[in-house]
Design a protein around this ligand. Structure first.
Ligand code: RP5
Length: 161
């Protein structure tokens, strides 16, 4: 039987999947079960409400939310759940993701969103950070995470080829 998802990867549009798949790839690499959903703050507000309200009771431990432009998804989810929310600013066409970044990062005191870098690097790191949070209570995952980090370090040559 498949393991129940611990991380919810949500995004404002299917067009965000190209970026957000980097978070999913990282969780696959580290063996962390996750689910993926398209949840738009503007186009599907009821879906957003239902997702955020039920996330904790369904067993999710971390939400990774990616959106672009007027990127209200991570903040709105954070407003409705006590779970840690990691926000990924998707690179927009008009403003190269600066709009996404500023929409996500500048939350009012009391409603935190852990904001990552714009684009795929941010999505990868959101996956890693979600795994780090889960690894606090999961020693096998902690070992896989440490092994992944060691491999990354070992791949860096001292001299440029
Ligand atoms: C946001 O608008 C989405 O997160 C996406 O990044 C952006 C564009 O969405 P589409 O017009 O491609 O559906 O809500």
């Amino acid at each position: 039987m498949a393991q129940a998802p611990l991380v919810g990867i949500i995004m404002g549009s299917t067009s965000d999947w190209e970026t957000m798949r980097a978070a999913a790839d990282m969780l696959d690499t580290l063996g962390v079960p996750y689910e993926t959903r398209v949840v738009s703050a503007h186009r599907t507000p009821q879906r957003l409400h239902d997702y955020a309200e039920s996330a904790a009771s369904r067993g999710l431990k971390v939400v990774v939310a990616g959106a672009g432009g007027a990127a209200h998804l991570p903040g709105m989810v954070a407003a409705m759940t006590h779970l840690p929310v990691l926000g990924v600013p998707v690179q927009s066409k008009a403003l190269s993701g600066m709009d996404s970044l500023l929409s996500i990062v500048q939350m009012p005191a009391g409603v935190p969103v852990g904001t990552l870098a714009i684009g795929a690097a941010g999505a990868t790191n959101a996956g890693l950070m979600a795994a780090s949070i889960l690894a606090l209570e999961d020693s096998a995952l902690r070992d896989r995470l440490i092994a992944w980090r060691t491999q990354q370090t070992d791949r860096v040559p001292e001299v440029p080829a």
